[in-house]
Write a protein that binds this ligand. Structure first.
Ligand SMILES: Nc1ncnc2c1ncn2[C@@H]1O[C@H](COP(=O)(O)OP(=O)(O)O)[C@@H](O)[C@H]1O
Ligand SMILES: [Mg+2]
Length: 334
């Protein structure tokens, strides 16, 4: 039996290029699975195109039309970081075309991508997160709320609600920069979140399903030069001074277990599925704080998710194989 897998990458967002790098990694893993036939598609400006530039369109019966040829697609791998993959839109699109996809479905993706919704859910499920205020609109009432919060904390992060890759995210330590940062964050998103700055170590786990179980990896660490935060350039540029490790030094076993148990709690309560990278801060006071969940984490050669899965002794090709077979079994979710 063979299965047709559509690997979608690109997207409209700031992470288009990174997604192409992740997709070549996924493609390489899928090629080692003889039962899978693969179509690679780049989503750009709302159009799906093959590497050769041919347009792909989809009917409402799970078929992909390429010129004169019609191929039934069994499953989609939405290898998109940020919009419109981690927002849940692509999953809804393919479900409506009768094609199931691996990974978190629309609702969970939307909740995890939107920092306001994530915070509200984490708080509701008693999962520690940074103290925050939410600005629902750029108006006087909300600005007053922001100024009051700054007066108390004196050091904050201003973040656009629905963005990734540290875009629309500003570290504010000077009152005179607060209003402009809020205005800039609102240019990226229709809500803004302000958080207390937490001096921390940055720890991440891979949460994934394999062999019928949810597995939470041990944490890896992102170690940044001391004067910066994890910006877009620190994440992706060649000159980044950031290093990563899957064996962080000096972590108390209790902290590791706390991280894994909050990650598990978030995975099940926020209805994540198949894969997710869950990011934590370990504060300078020793508190474990969940920062965010990435529903289609990076899979570049320097990315944490595949490294953490492999560090747990699992094979990424086997992981994808099982996720694809589960998605086919589930079918489209409508
Ligand atoms: N409350 C905070 N305290 C300290 N550092 C923070 C805080 N919030 C964010 N950061 C820094 O900014 C980076 C980006 O913020 P994050 O919320 O992860 O946004 P993104 O979705 O863009 O990755 C984090 O990795 C961290 O280095
Ligand atoms: Mg982040």
């Amino acid at each position: 039996m063979s299965y047709h897998v559509l690997l979608v990458c690109g997207g409209n967002g700031s992470e288009h290029e990174i997604s192409l790098i992740s997709a070549s990694y996924v493609e390489e893993k899928l090629k080692s699975i003889p039962e899978f036939k693969l179509t690679y598609a780049v989503l750009d400006q709302g159009q799906f195109k093959t590497r050769e530039g041919e347009t792909l369109i989809f009917d409402d019966k799970g078929n992909m039309l390429q010129g004169e040829s019609v191929t039934h697609v069994d499953v989609v791998i939405p290898c998109l970081h940020g919009k419109p993959g981690e927002t849940g839109d692509i999953q809804s699109f393919f479900n409506l075309h009768q094609i199931p996809s691996i990974g978190c479905q629309a609702q969970s993706s939307r909740v995890c991508f939107n920092k306001v919704l994530t915070k509200l859910c984490l708080t509701a499920f008693d999962i520690p997160n940074t103290p925050f205020v939410i600005l629902g609109n750029f108006d006087e009432e909300n600005l007053n709320k922001a100024f009051k919060f700054f007066e108390k904390e004196q050091d904050v992060y201003v973040k656009a609600a629905s963005q990734g890759s540290s875009i629309g995210c500003y570290h504010v330590q000077d009152l005179s920069e607060l209003k402009d940062s809020i205005a800039e964050a609102f240019a990226y998103s229709d809500s803004v979140i302000i958080e207390k700055t937490i001096p921390h170590r940055e720890l991440e786990v891979a949460a994934f399903e394999i062999d019928g179980k949810i597995q939470i990896s041990t944490p890896g660490e992102i170690i940044m030069p001391s004067d910066v935060f994890y910006t877009y350039d620190e994440k992706y540029s060649k000159s980044s001074g950031t290093v990563t490790t899957v064996e962080p030094k000096g972590l108390d076993p209790q902290v590791i277990e706390q991280i894994r148990s909050y990650a598990y709690k978030a995975f099940v309560n926020l209805k994540m599925q198949d894969l997710c990278r869950i990011d934590f801060f370990l504060s300078d006071k020793g508190e474990v704080i969940l920062n965010e969940a990435n529903t289609f984490p990076g899979m570049t050669p320097i990315s944490m998710f595949p490294k953490l899965v492999e560090h747990m002794g699992y094979d990424m090709a086997e992981f994808f194989k099982q996720a694809v077979m589960r998605a086919i079994k589930r079918g489209p979710v409508l």
